[in-house]
Design a protein around this ligand. Structure first.
Ligand code: NAD
Length: 451
């Protein structure tokens, strides 16, 4: 492996040479990235299938499709986003102009997780390239086929001193964190997010942290239950629940609990049959550690649906667990798997106390036909982002900045927000030399009169 410090120095030289500053250069690189994704499409399906048993349909909708859409949007609007913005200047600064320049940070580090291993490495890269940075990507060691492919694709497409994939585990990450990067974009777990922030703090490197948490899914008594069941079953069990914004647990109004559970079971079976273990469209758990961790949760509460698993394929059937408390392990951790615990509520106000147990969720989903209640939930609960009457879909609209709040993350990206995240807004006042207003100086008679 190339010496990490030398690699970062090469990136610094490349950045300082100024090539990344122009619109033409950036568009060319984004176009190359897009061509790369098209060129490697069959191998992308293959790698993600080997790592996570992802179906082609799921790869297209949740990984490739998202990236291509993001690239098209960025290519279309980049000129506008890059253009320095003139802002108002107060009359006390007569003669001057005020301008915000869009400055790249420089050499950036992107550390990504395993659950959407292509999407979560490339989406921040689009932001880094569009804003004129160079990037070193450290993908997850838990999805080796996709990480190998990422390295191969990027090596073939870009100069090493501009975009590099550096594979390795947490030791490699920690070595990278010692280097003088200009920006760090991290996606992963809360505990590792804290380490990243601590390390970045030693050099005062700005960070974006895209983390996780327990995202509640609330079904009120006036919700359209059939549609809610369908959309929640899809959102929860896509990628076998290994989605940062998957509904983590269900909070259902006590009066509709039994009906709703019956409906969601039916919807699960429509999606994956009554035995998802045999269904090729249903993803595996990433490794044996996570598989065993998830099975341990089934010791809590009462399994009322599913629960079967296959150690050979690392699959766990979609599972619903009832009779759990906030002391149960399944309610203490982010689940990140196909297990849906059910809790109930009576008054909407009680929902706030429930959610308070896991502070600042990354996402929140609320199902109800009542506008006032939708607004009440949206305005009174702190969460990163979410949907009313749907799950996951907010993530696919790149006009909505995506990110957490507090313990679920710092910073936002997608669409223009990705460009902004990787850009320093450099505010500059251009002063006139045609005249000089005297009142700011301590010996100014005019200034003293105003005081
Ligand atoms: P993780 O935090 O274990 O690993 C993420 C990355 O950090 C990997 O590249 C890993 O090699 C590296 N890493 C691990 N330990 C490290 C350490 N001690 N020091 C430095 N680097 C280290 O996360 P994961 O298990 O790969 O992914 C799952 C987590 O990511 C879940 O919590 C999920 O909610 C979160 N996630 C968040 C988003 C989001 O957009 N907010 C998206 C996907 C996943």
């Amino acid at each position: 492996m190339k010496d990490i410090s030398l690699l970062v120095q090469d990136h610094k030289k490349m950045y300082r040479a100024g090539k990344t500053m122009t619109h033409t250069f950036r568009i060319h690189q984004l176009q190359k990235l897009k061509d790369m994704l098209h060129r490697y499409e069959p191998r992308i399906y293959e790698a993600l299938n080997k790592d996570l048993n992802k179906s082609s349909y799921e790869v297209l909708t949740t990984e490739l499709g998202f990236l291509l859409n993001e690239l098209n949007e960025t290519i279309k609007y980049l000129k506008d986003w890059m253009t320095p913005r003139k802002v108002k200047t107060p009359s006390t600064h007569k003669g001057a102009k005020s301008i915000i320049y869009k400055q790249p940070y420089g050499v950036t580090l992107i550390i990504s997780p395993w659950n959407y291993p292509l999407h979560l490495a490339i989406a921040p890269l689009i932001g880094a390239i569009s804003a004129g940075n160079t990037a070193v990507i450290k993908p997850s060691e838990l999805t080796p086929y996709t990480s190998d492919l990422l390295e191969e694709m990027i090596k073939e497409t870009f100069e090493e001193k501009y975009i590099t994939v550096l594979q390795g585990d947490k030791e490699t990450s920690q070595q990278l964190l010692k280097e003088p990067f200009d920006y760090i974009f991290f996606t992963g777990s809360v505990p590792v997010g804290k380490i990243i922030m601590q390390e970045a703090g030693k050099q005062l490197i700005p960070v974006t942290l895209e983390l996780g948490g327990k995202s509640p899914c609330i079904v009120d008594r006036d919700a359209k239950l059939d549609l809610a069941a369908k959309r929640i079953a899809w959102g929860k069990f896509t990628n076998a629940g290994q989605t940062c914004v998957a509904p983590d647990y269900l909070l259902v109004h006590e009066s509709v609990k039994q009906t709703f559970i019956k409906k969601i079971k039916e919807e699960i079976e429509k999606l994956y049959t009554d035995n998802a273990l045999q269904n090729d469209d249903f993803s595996s758990i990433v490794n044996e550690n996570h598989f065993n961790r998830l099975l341990d949760y089934l010791e809590d509460g009462k399994v009322i649906y599913g629960g079967q698993s296959d150690k050979n394929t690392l699959k766990i059937n979609p599972t619903i667990v009832d009779d759990i408390t906030w002391q149960s392990n399944v309610m203490q951790d982010e689940i990140f798997g196909p297990i849906l615990p059910v809790r109930t509520f009576g008054r909407l106000e009680d929902v706030v106390d429930e959610i308070e147990h896991s502070r600042n969720p990354l996402a929140l989903y609320y199902f109800s036909e009542n506008y006032q209640k939708q607004e009440w939930i949206t305005r009174n609960i702190s969460f990163g982002g979410g949907c009313i009457n749907d799950t996951l879909m907010h993530l696919g609209n790149n006009h909505l900045p995506f990110g957490g709040i507090g313990s679920s993350g710092i910073g936002k990206y997608h669409g223009r927000a990705s460009f902004d995240t990787f850009t320093h807004q450099k505010s500059v006042l251009k002063q006139t030399t045609a005249f000089d207003l005297a009142f700011r100086y301590p010996n100014s008679k005019m200034g003293r009169k105003i005081l």
